[in-house]
Design a protein around this ligand. Structure first.
Ligand code: BGC
Length: 453
């Protein structure tokens, strides 16, 4: 069977500002909640922080040259809000606007299409001081910032993403405290989620005033499978999915929340003004899907939020972040989205894995057979969904290069390109070479027998 991908399918890779840029105060940039969080003792693995990261702020031209060398056709990256508006609203920092302008020009000069995420978690600290995503004004702040970005780059940028993974911001940032701003409050989590979705809607609405191209939302979808067919386990899987998946897709695409959220949050679930849903539910040009893993869950009365417990799968391969490798979940996810939400154009905006790579060898090679295999099997799973008629238009591998894996630090490596954080040397891993072949053959080589040498 041919594994050729549809004509025009967009092959690329992804990163996010705080994970790669460094230069936290360069050229007038304001602080973000990540600058604060990473410098709060005890919160980051190994005391790591993003002050230098991949030094991409200074090395973006060589990074883009390497992307072009590998054959990338698209690059998804995020803008640092606080580089552009150091206080989050009001004063525009011309040098920050210029940085991304130069980056976009460099991409275009190399024939690489920019895909821009407006918000990938690094909220300006000045806005956190006003309550961050708990403040209803955050939707207006975000729309103001989005307008500045659209005004500066739309035209050169043809694909926009409002927010990356609102679930992670709410769950990690406001419920469990594992990422910035580090709160642990069940009452805050639904409010943060709701305001993130209102902000998404406000930015899409703003885009329709002047924007000439496409805008969408990027969500992380983790399909939930019940460990048995008992009603208890099935209900547990249903709640887990409502919390992580439908909590964001339902309001954005259907204009309502899934019913189990009221049961999950109990008294912490507010009654929302009906008009909010008109703002949240904006027609989207596409949806970005970030897929990494699945969860198999069983009923667990002791879990006080979801009453569900993930069950480790014997014999399965787990990545360094403890995520089961389960390519079939990508096919299932894409089919489920079409079935629940209809035919909306999709991009895979992230997919990848952390594995323990050997240090870059002196002769410039990094063998990462597990990542090669992860890529191959997930691309085949993606091809299967496309063959079944799902409208997927592109794939952005996570990540272009090793980077700061948020509070897990630099030890978790997701890159196609190895980064030596002492010297900043970049070395394409075997997975980068493999992906280059996939791009060059438009997927055709996926049908050939594996060769991981
Ligand atoms: C995020 C990335 C992150 C990746 C791996 C996603 O949740 O968007 O920023 O590095 O997954 O954890």
């Amino acid at each position: 069977m041919s594994r050729r991908f549809p004509k025009g399918f967009l092959w690329g890779c992804a990163t996010a500002a705080y994970q790669i840029e460094g230069a936290p105060a360069a050229d007038g940039k304001g602080p973000s909640i990540w600058d604060r969080y990473a410098h709060t003792p005890g919160l980051m693995a190994n005391g790591d922080h993003g002050d230098i990261a991949c030094d991409h702020y200074h090395r973006f031209r060589e990074d883009i040259a390497l992307m072009a060398h590998l054959g990338m056709r698209a690059y998804r990256f995020s803008l640092s809000w606080a580089r552009i508006l150091p206080e989050g609203t009001g004063r525009i920092n011309a040098a920050g606007v210029q940085f991304y302008s130069d980056l976009i020009d460099e991409l275009l000069a190399h024939g690489i299409e920019p895909m821009v995420t407006l918000f990938h978690w690094d909220l300006p600290a000045a806005l956190d001081d006003k309550g961050g995503w708990l403040n209803r004004d955050s939707a207006d702040w975000f729309a103001e910032y989005a307008r500045v970005a659209f005004g500066a780059y739309d035209g050169r940028v043809k694909k926009w993403i409002t927010i990356n993974e609102p679930w992670v911001v709410s769950d990690g940032g406001y419920l469990r405290g594992t990422i910035a701003p580090g709160h642990r409050n069940r009452f805050e989590a639904p409010i943060a989620s709701h305001n993130l979705m209102r902000a998404h809607g406000a930015a899409v609405k703003a885009y329709r005033e002047t924007g000439r191209h496409e805008i969408g939302l990027a969500v992380n979808i983790e399909p939930k499978y019940a460990t048995s067919a008992t009603p208890e386990d099935m209900a547990a899987a249903h709640r887990a999915s409502a919390y992580m998946n439908e909590q964001y897709l339902d309001p954005a695409l259907l204009g309502r929340y899934p019913l189990p959220l009221r049961e999950i949050f109990g008294p912490a679930w507010p009654d929302w003004p009906e008009a909010d849903f008109d703002l949240i539910r904006q027609p989207l040009d596409f949806l970005g899907i970030n897929y990494y893993t699945r969860a198999v869950v069983r009923h667990d009365a002791a879990d006080d939020l979801l009453r569900a417990m993930p069950v480790r799968q014997p014999g399965a391969l787990y990545t360094e972040t403890n995520w089961e490798v389960f390519p079939q979940g990508l096919t299932d996810t894409l089919l489920w989205i079409r079935q629940r939400y209809g035919d909306i154009p999709l991009y895979i905006t992230e997919n990848g894995a952390a594995f323990p790579d050997p240090p870059a060898a002196t002769h410039g090679q990094v063998h990462d057979p597990q990542r090669v295999d992860y890529l191959r099997t997930h691309l085949l799973a993606l091809h299967e969904a496309i063959a079944k008629g799902v409208d997927v238009r592109g794939y952005m591998a996570w990540s272009f290069m090793d980077n700061l894996e948020w509070s897990l630090g630099y030890a978790k490596r997701f890159g196609l390109v190895h980064v030596n954080f002492e010297t900043q040397a970049r070395t394409p891993k075997d997975s980068a070479r493999f992906y280059s072949q996939v791009i060059a053959s438009h997927g055709e080589c996926l049908g050939e027998s594996p060769d991981t040498t």
